[in-house]
Design a protein around this ligand. Structure first.
Ligand SMILES: [Mg+2]
Length: 229
């Protein structure tokens, strides 16, 4: 077996598809609190954190001001409240079975796991609880901890020490994600990455970010054999 590694799982597009529900509800929360309409698209949100998406939207809407931070927090609270009701009952979100299968294999091989996501923690919990996945992770790094993904791997390393009392070298950490930003966060920190291409039109741009593995499915056997077992 390879030495014990820490696998850091992204949520949206990797473990689950939010089915457009969270994007719509965040748009509504921003519109409601600013009084200005906004319709967030896939490219506005994928790979970014809830805090940076909201901050960028406020800039775009010209809603910056002295109450900027307060407004940002009010929007995220309102978003989280609506997610609790709408996301839980919606039948649009679904789980990616290839990722759950990989999580199973990673766990049975004795590696450690955690979450690394742009979601705020309360929303991450709502999303994963819907599919019984929240309790699979002992800890995570969320938008509450860092506004950009680039700084998240190092925070995960520190938290692994606090929570698991285990020290991982950065090269023994593997980011499992679906976007350019995930590959960049891994490279920037000297970690490995597995990026699953969920949208064929994104393949080229993800490849240019130089992930360790770019796969069409997390069932990919060559990737699993070299990385996990
Ligand atoms: Mg993602």
């Amino acid at each position: 077996m390879t030495s014990k590694q820490l696998f850091l799982f992204d949520i949206d597009g990797t473990l689950i598809s939010p089915g457009g529900v969270s994007r719509r509800l965040l748009s509504i929360a921003i519109s409601k609190e600013t009084g200005k309409p906004i319709d967030l698209g896939y490219n506005d949100v994928a790979g970014f954190t809830d805090r940076s998406i909201t901050r960028n939207s406020l800039v775009k809407l010209g809603s910056e001001g002295s109450n900027h931070e307060a407004l940002l927090n009010t929007i995220l609270d309102s978003y989280s409240e609506s997610m609790k009701i709408e996301f839980t009952k919606s039948n649009l979100p679904f789980v990616y079975d290839d990722c759950v299968s990989m999580l199973d294999e990673v766990e049975s091989a004795g590696h450690a796991t955690c979450l690394l996501t742009g979601n705020i923690k309360s929303v991450a919990k709502i999303k994963l609880e819907k599919f019984g996945l929240w309790d699979r992770f002992k800890f995570g790094i969320f938008a509450d901890d860092a506004e950009e993904k680039l700084s998240m791997p190092r925070l995960a390393r520190e938290k692994a020490w606090d929570v698991l009392a285990e020290s991982f070298r950065l090269e023994n950490m593997v980011l499992v994600g679906d976007t350019v930003q995930d590959a960049e966060a891994a490279n920037e920190n000297g970690c490995k990455s597995v990026i699953v291409c969920r949208k064929p039109e994104k393949r080229e741009i993800i490849q240019s970010a130089n992930p360790t593995y770019l796969v069409n499915s997390l069932m990919d056997q060559p990737m699993r054999e070299t990385l996990i077992s």
